[in-house]
Design a protein around this ligand. Structure first.
Ligand SMILES: Nc1ncnc2c1ncn2[C@@H]1O[C@H](COP(=O)(O)OP(=O)(O)OP(=O)(O)O)[C@@H](O)[C@H]1O
Ligand SMILES: [Mg+2]
Length: 291
């Protein structure tokens, strides 16, 4: 198929998205399967018919210029858009054999299994320990009082184990183990972000959604988060939005490129996307010609 290429005002080349740019054959299972997803804010369409499968236990990066719908897409994956009055979502997201948009889905349970870490760290104004134990206690996942005693356990032990396991899982334990009762707001930004990741781990999720989790951090804190994301992918499915192309290339297994207008233009193995993109617009974007 020959293509007429013209320059649009934003510097993007006009081109027709081809189906094969979106075909991504991977080994293993899908954690999430998105089919024909459209999102509208009032009359404005923010995402156009997005379909993609997210492989389990790996890192999927979402990249693209500001306003192309990355955060909107990420929020669709655990129905966070339900909280935005103007947002309307059509299409399906299959998770664990079920469409998460079915009416009978329990949103509390869904968001436990598909957790979210935001751009700015948002720990509770409580102790480091309580940041971890609050969720599991609320959900009744830590046995307390009578239940713990019937099981012959002190609920303190159970909490200690959980706190240590999650802080280790988020590569924060060594820095905070001797001040677990200090207020979390006294931690550095990078430590607070790892605490938020530890907090997300505390409810035993399957999937972690991260929206630019390192964009507010200095290079050292950023590289800690990057190392952590790679480690987490051994056990969890990670979907991460980043503006940092090098970061996406370094830490992700597959990359989805969204462009202006809320379209998914190309999706595939990260090395292929960065070294040999099929779309001219994707090549222009990753080589910095626009965006
Ligand atoms: N709550 C909202 N109400 C109305 N429109 C919104 C809302 N959130 C996002 N939008 C619009 O939807 C489009 C996609 O926004 P989104 O935040 O998903 O983009 P993004 O790719 O995450 O951008 P950035 O890189 O700047 O974070 C934009 O045009 C934005 O203005
Ligand atoms: Mg965003």
């Amino acid at each position: 198929m020959s293509q007429m290429e013209t320059q649009t005002t934003t510097g993007e080349t006009e081109e027709q998205i081809r189906d094969e740019w979106l075909e991504y054959d991977f080994e293993g299972e899908s954690a999430l399967s998105v089919e024909d997803l459209d999102v509208f804010y009032g009359n404005d369409q923010a995402l156009q018919s997005i379909s993609m499968d997210v492989p389990e236990k790996s890192v999927t990066a979402l990249i693209g210029p500001s306003g192309c719908g990355k955060s909107t897409f990420l929020r669709c994956l655990n129905r966070m858009n339900d909280r935005i009055d103007a947002a309307r979502v059509e299409g399906t997201v299959e998770f664990d054999g079920e469409n998460i948009y079915d009416d009978d889905v329990n949103l509390v349970e869904l968001r436990k299994r598909i957790g979210m870490v935001f751009q700015s760290p948002n720990p509770f104004p409580k102790s480091i320990r309580e940041n971890i134990s609050y969720g599991p206690r609320k959900h009744g996942d830590i046995d307390t009082g009578l239940v713990a005693r019937l099981l012959g356990r002190d609920d303190r032990d159970e909490e200690e184990e959980l706190v240590e396991r999650c802080l280790r899982g988020a590569a924060l334990w060594d820095e905070v183990h001797d001040r677990l009762d200090d207020n979390a707001l006294g931690l550095s930004g990078g430590q607070q972000q790892r605490l938020c990741i530890a907090r997300a781990l505390a409810v035993s999720p399957d999937v972690l959604l991260m929206d630019e989790p390192a964009s507010a951090l200095d290079p050292i804190a950023t590289s800690k988060i990057e190392d952590l994301v790679e480690e987490l992918a051994e056990e969890y499915t990670v979907v991460i939005v980043t503006h940092n192309m090098q970061q996406a290339a370094r830490i992700s297994d597959q990359t989805a490129v969204f462009l202006t207008g809320g379209e998914l233009v190309e999706y595939g193995d990260t090395d292929q996307i960065f070294e040999n993109p099929q779309s001219q617009r994707v090549e222009d974007y990753i080589t910095g010609k626009f965006g």
